[in-house]
Structures are given as structure tokens and as C-alpha cells.
Write a new protein. Structure first.
Length: 254
């Protein structure tokens, strides 16, 4: 009787999470403009998630897209997760955040950033906590960024422009009196266009300091609830490791 041929059992494929992030520079979250991802310095968060993948066996695939496009992909289940997203009730309609006691769980954030006002040198403007004194023209802001509803609630007049450089040009040209933006986003654009924006400065104190998260599509979360929680838990674990902290204070310190 012929011996039966051995059967080769294939291991289950590793789960894949499709992650998108912004095409605008936002060190250390993103470097350079456009869709390219630098293989040597891809971003602090890309490296964080790769370390999460090493711990969990999950494969993360990354793609850079314009921010509003990224939110659309998450809402319609065409991408699985996006960074870096602060919590807002609007995004929570279609995006899932790590939660505890009904609130976003800051222990499982991926990063923290501040929004500030950028103005022309010599401008007599001041953030009061309840509004902006000295305004004669609107404040520029990026649509769908978390600072927009905050300023709208305080009745600050806004001019929405989906471009960091476009907002800075409006500010330099006097079409807006201030620009409310994530510090690192605006500072990176000012540095890259030094001659054009040398007359723009940042006001203190910040408008707000905000935790940011890896936001999953609710459609993906519904299909993979345990995996999503596993990723968020691993993010908190990895952020506390010496290896990750070494990236923060070394490779990604500037």
C-alpha cells in the first residue's frame, strides 16, 4: 500500500491593519510633504506601530493621504485606522477611540500636541481663554481639525482653508489676522518656507493641548473588536518601553 503524502498545513495569515496618515509635514508624526514615506525616518508613530506589530503579530500597512481624504476613507471603511486624531463627537460618529468610563483613555494615546495662534510680528492680539482680543479679520484654520469647533463655540470668526501653506500665505498677506494650527504643523511649514514666512510668530500660551489617538474605523472595530483593543493596549505598553523612549529623545527629538 502506498504511503499517504504528508499534508502541509498553512499557518493562519497575520492580521493586517491598513493605516493612513497626513501628507502634510508634522514632525515627529510625519516628515516631508506628499505621499512618500522616508524609509530611514518614517515617523515616530509608524515606528511605534511597527513595535506594536512585533509584540502582537499584527502587520501594519501605511499610506499617506490628505487629511480630509483620510477621514473619508475611515468613515466609509476603505481604511482601517488613521493617526493622529484627537477626540471629537463628530469623528466619534464613524471613528472608534480607546475609551474608559465613557471618556477617551489618555493612557492609550499615541501622542500629545498643542494648538497655538500664529500671527504677524507686532500684532496686538491675545488669546484670553474665552476668545481672541484685537481681531479685525478672521482666524484661519484647517477644516475638520479639532480646534475649529472649539473656536466656533467662542464665536471666533473663521476662514477655513485646507492647506497649511495656504493659511500661512493668507496670514502673511493680511487676509486673516491669525492662524490656529497644531504647533508642529505650522512650524514645519514656516521652516520650509523661511523667506516667505519670516514675519510670522507663535503666540503663547497655546489654545489647547490635546492627546491624539490611533482612531479606527467603526466598521473595522465592529468586525475585529478584540484586535482593536489589543492594539490600543499594546500602544500604551510600547510607549513606556526604553526602546520607544529612546526614539523620542534621540532619533525623533528634532
Amino acid at each position: 500500500m502506498a504511503l499517504a503524502a504528508p499534508v502541509a498545513w498553512a499557518a493562519d495569515p497575520a492580521p493586517v491593519v491598513r493605516v493612513v496618515f497626513n501628507t502634510d509635514p508634522n514632525p515627529p508624526i510625519a516628515y516631508g510633504s506628499g505621499t512618500a514615506i522616508d524609509p530611514d525616518k518614517p515617523s515616530l508613530i509608524v515606528e511605534l506601530l511597527r513595535m506594536v506589530g512585533e509584540r502582537t503579530g499584527i502587520v501594519f500597512e501605511f499610506q499617506r493621504v490628505p487629511w480630509q481624504r483620510g477621514l473619508y476613507l475611515i468613515e466609509h471603511g476603505q481604511a482601517d485606522a488613521i493617526f493622529a486624531s484627537s477626540y471629537s463627537p463628530e469623528r466619534a460618529r464613524y471613528g472608534a477611540y480607546p475609551m474608559v468610563d465613557g471618556k477617551p483613555d489618555e493612557r492609550r494615546k499615541i501622542y500629545q500636541q498643542s494648538y497655538s495662534l500664529f500671527v504677524r510680528k507686532g500684532a496686538d492680539l491675545r488669546w484670553t481663554g474665552d476668545g481672541i482680543s484685537g481681531l479685525r479679520a478672521p482666524v484661519g484654520a484647517f477644516p475638520n481639525f479639532a480646534v475649529v469647533p472649539m473656536l466656533q463655540e467662542k464665536n471666533v470668526p473663521l476662514d477655513l482653508e485646507p492647506s497649511v501653506v495656504g493659511n500661512l500665505r493668507k496670514l502673511a498677506g493680511g487676509r486673516i489676522d491669525a492662524y490656529a494650527e497644531i504647533d508642529t504643523l505650522a512650524e514645519a511649514a514656516i521652516k520650509e518656507n523661511g523667506a516667505e514666512f519670516e514675519g510670522i510668530v507663535k503666540l503663547a500660551p497655546p489654545l489647547r493641548t490635546t492627546p491624539y489617538y490611533l482612531m479606527f474605523s467603526k466598521l473595522f472595530q465592529a468586525a475585529n473588536p478584540a484586535l482593536v483593543e489589543q492594539v490600543w493596549d499594546a500602544i500604551a505598553t510600547v510607549r513606556a518601553t526604553p526602546a520607544y523612549q529612546g526614539l523620542v529623545t534621540g532619533k525623533y527629538a528634532n
